[in-house]
Design a protein around this ligand. Sequence first.
Ligand SMILES: Nc1ncnc2c1ncn2[C@@H]1O[C@H](COP(=O)(O)OP(=O)(O)OP(=O)(O)O)[C@@H](O)[C@H]1O
Length: 252
Amino acid sequence: MRTMATQLRPEQTAAAVAAVELVKVYGSGDAAVRALDGVSVTFARAAFTAIMGPSGSGKSTLMHCLAGLDRATSGAALLGGTDLTTQSERVLTKVRRDRIGFVFQSFNLLPQLTVAQNITLPLDLSGKKADRALFAQLVNQLGLADRLTHRPSELSGGQQQRVALARALVTRPEVLFADEPTGNLDSRSSAEVLGLLRESVSTLGQTVIMVTHDPVAAAYADRVVVLADGRIVRDLNRPSAAEIADALGARQ
Ligand SMILES: Nc1ncnc2c1ncn2[C@@H]1O[C@H](COP(=O)(O)OP(=O)(O)OP(=O)(O)O)[C@@H](O)[C@H]1O
């Protein structure tokens, strides 16, 4: 539980997403692991940010705390000014469903549903109607128009990830979190999915935050934040893949 209220600045509450002095400790006593060690960072709207860093540096923990999937030990995790660390589980479930889009390495599609049903599932679950114009635009942009009645098992990995992307975007989430979205894809499909993420930022004004190990993937982002030992150690503006690899190499 938080012992002291975290002081918030206007630029933090106005940002799409912000971490403020975020600390996450797993376990206790000798076994305690400080996965996040006081992370403060703001993420602008309509920007594509990559979070990078060595294995165990805290990337997933940061994303999970910012997306309301895990609760920080102290500090604030702000989504459009709402501090997720102080919300009930019931509210967090609603926030994840209504305000956040997710794309995971493993696609997470429902095998018994068609492509079209998978895409509209989050809207169906919250009792909302799909915006037909946006649905049609996404399906065309993502090259899924002739796949709508197929099951996920009939699609390639790249196509499945494009369905997951459409499912995440059709709700118009305030932020799209992508966790190693190209981890299971070959380089051609990876380039396609990353290009589509990039396009969602440029054409739809989507805010995207992506965890990745891959400097080539991170080079699609506007900004690359590098973590080490639960702290932010680099913050790069539009870096090339080579600059990203250098920044990571210097840390390992
Ligand atoms: N549920 C947990 N219980 C205990 N320790 C945890 C838990 N989750 C993560 N950790 C620890 O917290 C630290 C940060 O882990 P995290 O998964 O955030 O790193 P990461 O940068 O995402 O790593 P990777 O690139 O390998 O996925 C690591 O030391 C990890 O062992």
